[in-house]
Design a binder for this molecule. Structure first.
Ligand SMILES: Nc1nc2c(ncn2[C@@H]2O[C@H](COP(=O)(O)OP(=O)(O)O)[C@@H](O)[C@H]2O)c(=O)[nH]1
Ligand SMILES: *[C@@H]1O[C@H](CO)[C@@H](O)[C@H](O)[C@H]1NC(C)=O
Ligand SMILES: *[C@@H]1O[C@H](CO)[C@@H](O)[C@H](O)[C@H]1NC(C)=O
Ligand SMILES: *[C@@H]1O[C@H](CO)[C@@H](O)[C@H](O)[C@H]1NC(C)=O
Ligand SMILES: [Mg+2]
Length: 374
């Protein structure tokens, strides 16, 4: 035997220089344990999870050591959605494009619900999402909203919406919501940044892989055309804002009249840019306050009663009253900054962010929706 071994040149080599073999093998072993011993601890901790995932196999000879084999999963456990074929077009209804209507709601107004219920877009393509503040106003709004939802969702298939989601806000809100209090300039930064958080929670929680469009509709928009969704999608714009007006009784003549309400739909001005350039990093500009005159052209003032309803104008800031957004704009990351973003926050900051992502922002000066008159 000894003779046989020693005749083999490899054996003789090993005998003469054993380190030349042992050293590389030791290095390999050390490397193996160094890399793989840490990952094995996590694979054994999955016993508390909802589904049975087989443990990752270990050792030199196991096949597919990195594959996770799924066992005992319910049917359709994995859902595939191809966002490339999710369409947003000017022919939205015919192409069965789904729309998510999102409403932050501190007050439930029956006229809002009535108009919403009468939208003529196919209700089986419409999902609704609400976020209700965590205060007393919210308690009341929630109660009324739930009653309305139950009623509508128990009606025929034609009236029923595809899905309704109601969220209770986890961030704080201001207590006083009287118009004069909430519109005071000094509370704007705090109030608008709270609204931004509410809107972000709402959109990030409710947007689904099948959502083509998102309509932001405030709870105090109490009159909208029944064809609102068809009318807005027709323009096929990434962001499109309606002109928010208000009905009132003119005291001098006693006649019914309308007046502009939302001044957050605007075009940037030289003066606005100049003010922004002089601000501290954390300061904001809010539109519609004489204390901070920006001389921005406001869409509210471009309304022409005899003009074409489909007239478009490019905007740099939008309000939240009634704004249609392609869901991809949100998917790309456009949200409502609760912090100064180019000295803008909430919906105005959203318009800026959409533009920075390369999307165009438009408004329809002659397309009116009406805000509640408190
Ligand atoms: N979730 C939530 N919604 C709110 C809160 N405050 C107001 N809203 C809703 O947000 C929208 C815009 O607020 P609003 O106070 O009407 O703003 P304004 O029209 O600019 O005076 C409306 O639909 C309100 O019902 C809040 O604290 N939390
Ligand atoms: C894993 O599946 C087996 C049946 O194959 C079942 O008896 C066991 O309860 C499951 N464990 C968990 C954690 O679901
Ligand atoms: C409503 O739709 C459901 C599911 O699509 C269907 O099963 C049911 O027959 C429909 N009811 C009416 C009254 O059309
Ligand atoms: C919407 O509500 C207003 C009341 O605010 C009402 O006059 C109008 O008829 C409603 N529109 C539709 C389409 O129901
Ligand atoms: Mg309002």
């Amino acid at each position: 035997m000894q003779i046989l071994y020693s005749k083999n040149p490899y054996v003789r080599y090993i005998r003469r220089k054993p380190l030349s073999v042992i050293a590389p093998i030791s290095v390999l072993l050390v490397l193996y344990f160094f890399f793989f011993s840490s990952s094995s601890s996590s694979s054994s901790s999955s016993s508390g999870s909802k589904y049975n995932y087989s443990k990752k196999s270990r050792g030199w000879f196991a096949k597919n050591r990195d594959s996770v084999v799924l066992k005992n999963l319910p049917k359709n456990h994995i859902s595939h959605y191809d966002l490339n074929i999710l369409s947003t077009s000017s022919d939205a209804l015919a192409k069965k494009e789904e729309i998510l209507i999102l409403t932050p709601m501190s007050k439930f107004l029956p006229q809002y619900w009535e108009n919403l219920s009468k939208l003529t877009y196919d209700h089986s393509l419409i999902s609704l999402g609400f976020i209700v503040p965590r205060n007393e106003d919210g308690d009341i709004a929630l109660k009324n909203l739930e009653a309305a939802v139950k009623k509508t969702q128990s009606l025929d298939n034609k009236s029923k919406f595809k899905k309704v989601t109601i969220l209770r806000q986890d961030s704080s809100s201001l207590d006083s919501q009287l118009e004069k209090d909430r519109h005071a300039l000094k509370v704007q930064k705090e109030r608008r940044s709270m609204m931004a958080l509410a809107r972000n929670s709402l959109v990030f929680t409710t947007i689904s892989p099948t959502t083509s469009w998102v309509l932001w509709l405030d709870a105090d928009i109490i009159e909208t055309p029944a064809t609102l969704l068809q009318d807005l999608t027709l323009h096929n714009k990434p962001v499109l804002s309606c002109n928010v007006y208000q009905r009132y009784v003119d005291e001098s003549s006693g006649s019914n009249s309308i007046r502009p309400y939302d001044f957050n739909n605007w075009v940037e001005s030289e003066e606005g840019l100049k003010i922004a350039a002089g601000l501290q990093e954390d300061e904001i500009i809010v539109e519609g306050y004489a204390e901070m005159a920006t001389y921005r052209p406001l869409m509210a003032h471009f309304y022409d009663a005899n003009g074409d309803k489909n007239t478009e104008m490019a905007l740099d800031g939008v309000g939240g009253g009634s704004v249609l957004v392609k869901a991809d704009v949100h998917r790309d990351g456009a949200m409502f900054p609760s912090f100064p973003f180019y000295h803008l926050i909430e919906t105005e900051g959203f318009a800026k962010m959409a533009k920075r992502l390369g999307y165009e922002v438009f408004g329809l000066p002659n397309y009116l929706v009406y805000h509640y008159n408190e």
